[in-house]
Ligand binder design. Structure first.
Ligand code: GLP
Length: 245
């Protein structure tokens, strides 16, 4: 059963989520956190940075695993998720560099990279809390809608709809990488707790599908209804655009 939390607005969604993460870190200082990119989690990251600066949270023993990365892409490319994560979070908090994991978009051998990534998550004891956003087509990580989905971390061909949606960050749509490395749905499901942030009119159909009482690999986010501890965090405006709103 999904737990649904509807907040007044985006700021409150992010404040709640950051508080949940910080409470978990204070309870378990060596927490293993799964992290997403995208514009949705940005408010959570700025809350975490501010809390760190005011001494409210210590990341020194925290381990992180990012969900996904474009492929191929260089770490220093401003469009890479590596760059995004350092720019928006890691450079501003005291997480140790050796505890940060992001699939390597410049790995020559992508098969080895995805297998090794999965192994590293296992060796870290698994993910305690996986934070997620979703694509407008309901993808989680880069697990794109399809008849069947991969369980493990794998290389994926991005759908045209994702390339179009993500092209807003690039100068030209032709610059958007065609592939990505992503945790699989099984990797995500092994996380002990999942928090998924759904915000904005464009995401209302995803929320609708998640609340519909059915699951489909054609909207991967709906599968989370099968996870034992998933919280959907949204706001009143997004909720109002759903059939339930
Ligand atoms: C990318 C990432 C997803 C993320 C999505 C949504 O496609 N692979 O993990 O959830 O963007 O981005 P936004 O929050 O900007 O809508």
């Amino acid at each position: 059963m999904l737990k649904l939390k509807v907040f007044k607005d985006y700021d409150e969604m992010c404040a709640y989520t950051a508080e949940e993460l910080m409470a978990a870190i204070s309870k378990k200082p060596d927490l293993v956190l799964g992290l997403p990119t995208g514009s949705t989690p940005l408010g959570v990251y700025s809350n975490l940075v501010n809390s760190y600066k005011s001494g409210k949270v210590d990341f020194s023993r925290v381990t992180t695993f990012n969900l996904d990365e474009y492929y191929p892409i260089d770490k220093n490319d401003p469009q890479s998720y590596y760059y995004f994560m350092f720019n928006n979070l890691f450079s501003h908090i005291n997480v140790k560099k050796e505890n940060i994991h992001i699939p390597d978009g410049s790995a020559k051998d992508s098969d080895f990279e995805v297998e090794n990534y999965e192994k590293m998550i296992e060796e870290a004891g698994g993910i305690d809390i996986q934070l997620l956003g979703s694509g407008i087509n309901g993808h989680i990580g880069f697990n794109e809608p399809a008849e069947s989905l991969n369980l493990k971390t794998h290389k994926v061909t991005l759908t045209q709809s994702t390339i179009e949606a993500n092209s807003r960050f690039f100068n030209d749509i032709s610059e958007v990488p065609k592939f990505a490395l992503t945790m699989g749905v099984g990797t995500i499901f092994k996380a002990r707790r999942v928090i998924i942030l759904i915000n904005g009119e464009k995401k209302a159909p995803v929320l609708d599908a998640m609340l519909s009482g059915t699951v489909s690999t054609n909207v991967p986010a709906t599968l989370l209804a099968l996870h034992p501890d998933t919280t959907v965090v949204t706001d009143e405006a997004t909720m109002a655009k759903t059939k339930k709103g």
